[in-house]
Each structure stands twice: as structure tokens, then as C-alpha cells.
Design a protein around this ligand. Structure first.
Ligand code: EPU
Length: 335
């Protein structure tokens, strides 16, 4: 296990804000994790588990211990003629897992290409993009109980998945650490091409997963900041889900508003559209700004302070609430 002291959070979070944590512990096995959890050192710290840091906004120094998994493996659990079940360690970079699936002709993860973060967080956050949520391919999630150090596994229904949500963000928060995740992929071609730019691939002869991946990566590159140049956490807000009656009023006022059915008389509206249409495209406070190509993103233009980001996201929430009567909720985890 590696223990770092006074570690710069800039290096382990994609928002690249200037803040530090008191300790960072990186463990490479369940045994190392258990030893750490049982130690007096662990018990006397406040602590928090992180993944790839792509969804975390530290608004100040963290006076405690951050835990980070370096459990990295991909293994076959079970295989039939038509499907394969793979287990991946929580510390595997998510997009490396997607690339592994594509390289081996396992279908199901390709629509989630290019999402930053790690396998562990994929199961906590129920990552989703281009018409697919990771819950559709998750078979079970293996965890360690933080109080006993024992291992425990949860089936997909037990994880209570919803839009960018799971039991690990609610009842189980601070109780279990995800150590690995099992995914079931199809060995026969099976594409989901319902979302925006993927629709035009439907008629392509000999369509491959790399076609899907390349379309997604190009779309993402066109809309989202390059993480090597500009700090961000991808979508800063969730797309709000509102009752149909409220949506009808909104649509009367703004006939062009994009919308998606969200089940049970509910409608999902894009936060990016609400923010742009409220005149906030490119709006900045200090070094933080509403990213002009995708208003759902708050970008660190290089010198944003944690205070800039907090002031900006509060301003966005206030402006959107005043204009539409809709409360935006951060998708990012603000600490
Ligand atoms: N829109 C605007 N202005 C904007 C942004 C979007 O008018 O500034 C409109 C678009 O024209 C489109 C609609 O809003 O009609 C939806 O936009 P987009 O397809 O870009 O998707 P999104 O709803 O903004 C979600 C996810 C993304 C994911 C994309 C593609 C959330 C919070 N975000 O964004 O996820 O990549 O769909 O599936 O659900 C992430 O979580 O970090 C992330 C990037």
C-alpha cells in the first residue's frame, strides 16, 4: 500500500482545483484494504473513497484520508457460446475496460466509450451515455464492508439503480467499498443506436463496435473539454426529471425545448439546454466558466479557485430556478 501525505488534489481530480488532502492511501488488494480499515490510523481519520476523481469537486482542503483502489485486473468468470461474464477490479480505468471488451468482440459496453473514471465508480454512479446505462450490463458488485472488513456481493436489483444513482450513493454510502464488478457482455452483435449521432450508423453495412466508439469519441471531443487542457467533471448537473404537467407549461413557454420520456408521467429535460437558454453560455466567475460547447459543463479555464466554482454553480442554480422554476442538482460530488 502507498500512503502519501499532504497530497495535491489537482493531480487526482479532473477539475484540477488547487487543494490538498492530508493523506492519500492507495491499496492494491482486498487484504491491503482490510489491513488499512482495521488500523488505528484509519479509525482516527475522517475518510472518503475516491475513484478516478472525474466527478469530485473539492471546495477546500480535505483534512482526512482519501482511499483509492489500485485493484486492477480483468478476468473471465463464466462463458457460453453467446455471452461472457467478466470481472474487473475497481481500480481499472473504465475506458480501458471498454477497449478490452471491444478488442475481444464482447458487445454491450461500447456506448459508454470515453467516460472518465474507474470501474468501481461505474457501479456507484450508474454511468450512462448514448442510450445505455452501465446497470444494463452489471451482473453483480463485490464489496468490502468497511466496519468488519468482510466481503459481500450485491446483485444488480439489490444495487437499486436509477438515473446516475444507486444504493451506494444512499443507504450504503460510507458502509461498503466496491472492490470489483462483474459485467455480462454479449458475444453476438447487439447494438443500441437510438441516441442522436448513433442513429445514422443503423444502416451501415458491417457495422463494428469501433464505428460506434469512434462516433462517440468524436461527438464527445466536439462538446466536452479536453481533460488534458481544461479541468472539468464532465456534466456538472443532472438532467432534471419533472412531472408531465410541469413540462407542458414549460413547453408552452419554450416550444423548442428538447425532452425525453422518463417513465411514470415524468419527463427528462436537458440541463444544458436550460442553462444555455437562460443566457449563461460562456458565463464566467473568476477562472470558472459555463463551457460554451456544452453548458452542462463547468470548465476550469486554468486558474479557477474552489470559490469561483462554488459561486458559479450557485449562480447557475439560482438563475435556472428563477427562469423556469426548476431546481438543478449537481451530478458531481461536491465536498
Ligand atoms: N443542449 C443545449 N445546450 C447545451 C447542451 C445541450 O441546447 O449547452 C441540448 C442539446 O442540443 C440536446 C440536449 O440538450 O438537444 C441533450 O444534449 P446532449 O446530447 O449533449 O446530452 P446531455 O443530456 O447534455 C447527457 C449526459 C452526458 C452524456 C450525454 C450523451 C447527463 C447529466 N449527462 O448529457 O454525460 O455524455 O448525455 O449521452 O445525463 C457526464 O455524465 O459527464 C456526461 C458527459
Amino acid at each position: 500500500m502507498k500512503l502519501h501525505e499532504n497530497f495535491p488534489l489537482k493531480e487526482i481530480t479532473t477539475m484540477h482545483l488547487d487543494a490538498r488532502c492530508r493523506y492519500l492511501a492507495e491499496y492494491s488488494s482486498i487484504d491491503e484494504l482490510r489491513t488499512l480499515l482495521a488500523s488505528p490510523f484509519f479509525k482516527e481519520q475522517k475518510s472518503m473513497h475516491i475513484g478516478g476523481g472525474s466527478n469530485l469537486v473539492f471546495t477546500a482542503d480535505y483534512d482526512g484520508l482519501l482511499l483509492h483502489s489500485q485493484i486492477k485486473f480483468i478476468a473471465t468468470v463464466e462463458e457460453t457460446d453467446t455471452a461472457i461474464r467478466l470481472e474487473a477490479g475497481a481500480g481499472v480505468v473504465w475506458d480501458d475496460f471498454v477497449k478490452y471488451c471491444i478488442a475481444h468482440n464482447y458487445y454491450g459496453a461500447e456506448n459508454l466509450s470515453g467516460i472518465p473514471g474507474e470501474v468501481g465508480a461505474s457501479a456507484v454512479q450508474n454511468i450512462g451515455s448514448y442510450g445505455v446505462e452501465v446497470q444494463e450490463i452489471i451482473s453483480c458488485v463485490h464489496c468490502v464492508d468497511m466496519s468488519t472488513g468482510e466481503t459481500i456481493s450485491f446483485s444488480t436489483p439489490e444495487c437499486k439503480y436509477a438515473y446516475r444513482d444507486s444504493i451506494f450513493k444512499n443507504e450504503f454510502a460510507g458502509r461498503y467499498i466496491v472492490t470489483s464488478v462483474e459485467y455480462t457482455l454479449s458475444k453476438t452483435p447487439r447494438f443500441t443506436l437510438t441516441y442522436g449521432p448513433l442513429k445514422e450508423l443503423a444502416d451501415k453495412p458491417g457495422l463494428t463496435m469501433n464505428d460506434v466508439r469512434n462516433t462517440i469519441i468524436n461527438t464527445r471531443n466536439g462538446k466536452l473539454p479536453n481533460p488534458d487542457e481544461t479541468g472539468s467533471v464532465g456534466s456538472f448537473f443532472k438532467n432534471p426529471i419533472i412531472p408531465e404537467s410541469q413540462f407542458k407549461d414549460l413547453q408552452n413557454a419554450y416550444p423548442a425545448i428538447p425532452h425525453y420520456p422518463a417513465g411514470e408521467g415524468k419527463i427528462k429535460v436537458p440541463a444544458g439546454w436550460l442553462i444555455e437558454n437562460a443566457g449563461l453560455k460562456g458565463f464566467g466567475i473568476g477562472g470558472a466558466c459555463v463551457y460554451p460547447k456544452q453548458c452542462l459543463v463547468i470548465a476550469n479555464m486554468g486558474n479557477a479557485t474552489p470559490t469561483d466554482v462554488v459561486a458559479l454553480y450557485r449562480h447557475i442554480i439560482g438563475t435556472v430556478a428563477n427562469k423556469y422554476g426548476i431546481e438543478l442538482h449537481p451530478e458531481a460530488n461536491i465536498i
